[in-house]
Write a protein that binds this ligand. Structure first.
Ligand code: SF4
Length: 260
């Protein structure tokens, strides 16, 4: 029997690995599926992938755990520039698929889950999978309990999400994403909240500009960043620009007051 942890770098799956380490639970391999934006740029935020590769993996390996980063043969840009050649809506044929629809994310299926599915398909030994689900997620825990080869170490040791957060903090293994957002995800995700978009624009302008550029591509079916809410990255750019400038005007007005 091999014991394999599915790990995202988030607090729950990281806390599961810490619990395995603290309690001498068997752990043969840790797998991480990295979504790629294109062949060379990660779909993970730069600080998160740096945390994964340069902080966690060396530590886990020093604890005696093997790690494996899985990749799909498809990238976000492959999905984006996929030309639709079959559709009930004739006007779509010959166009690029464009931005993913939240709730129907092709990237999740093709770039995140497919390499994991291929990994399990090619794994020829009996295995138990550690899944990072806390005791205060009853619906997800119930699903794990009903699956014969999955175990939640957070459940076994009675950990809530908050306790998982504290445990990671204690080991200095909290991803930097928690400094500005409650969750992780691809930097181009249509589910990103304003705090994540703002972080991207302020700290990774090169990636933000790539989204602005993609929105200008002609012949897109999904022609704006969030098709469901009809929100474009250009809208967000304008919103953030004015918010920043209002703050600046406010500061300027205050500085005038103090000089008077
Ligand atoms: S984080 Fe968002 S874009 Fe990335 S795979 Fe998940 S749903 Fe898709």
């Amino acid at each position: 029997m091999k014991y394999i942890a599915s790990w995202s770098g988030g607090k729950d799956s990281t806390a599961s690995i810490i619990l395995a380490h603290e309690n001498n639970e068997p752990l043969d391999l840790i797998i991480f599926s990295e979504v790629m934006f294109d062949k060379s740029i990660s779909g993970e935020l730069p600080e998160h992938i740096d945390f994964i590769k340069n902080k966690c993996i060396p530590l886990f390996e020093s604890w005696g755990y093997k790690t494996k980063i899985l990749h799909s043969d498809r990238t976000y840009k492959d999905c984006f520039f996929h030309i639709v050649n079959r559709s009930k809506k004739k006007e779509r044929i010959g166009k690029y698929k464009g931005f993913v629809m939240s709730g129907h994310c092709d990237v999740q299926r093709d770039c995140k889950l497919r390499p994991i599915a291929n990994f399990w398909k090619s794994f020829n030994e009996e295995y138990t999978q550690y899944i990072g689900i806390a005791i205060d997620e009853p619906v997800r825990i119930d699903r794990v309990v009903r699956t014969t080869n999955q175990i939640s170490l957070l459940q076994k040791y009675g950990y809530t999400e908050q306790m998982a957060f504290e445990l990671c903090k204690e080991y200095d293994l909290l991803s930097p994403i928690y400094d500005f957002a409650p969750r992780g995800g691809c930097w181009f995700c249509p589910n990103a909240r304003d705090c994540e978009l703002r972080h991207l624009r302020n700290n990774h302008r090169d990636l933000w500009d790539k989204l602005l550029e993609l929105e200008e591509t002609p012949n897109l079916i999904g022609n704006i960043w969030n098709i469901l809410t009809q929100t474009s990255i250009h809208d967000k750019e304008e919103q953030f620009f004015w918010e920043d400038n209002q703050i600046n005007l406010f500061d300027y007005a205050r500085s005038l007051e103090t000089t008077i």
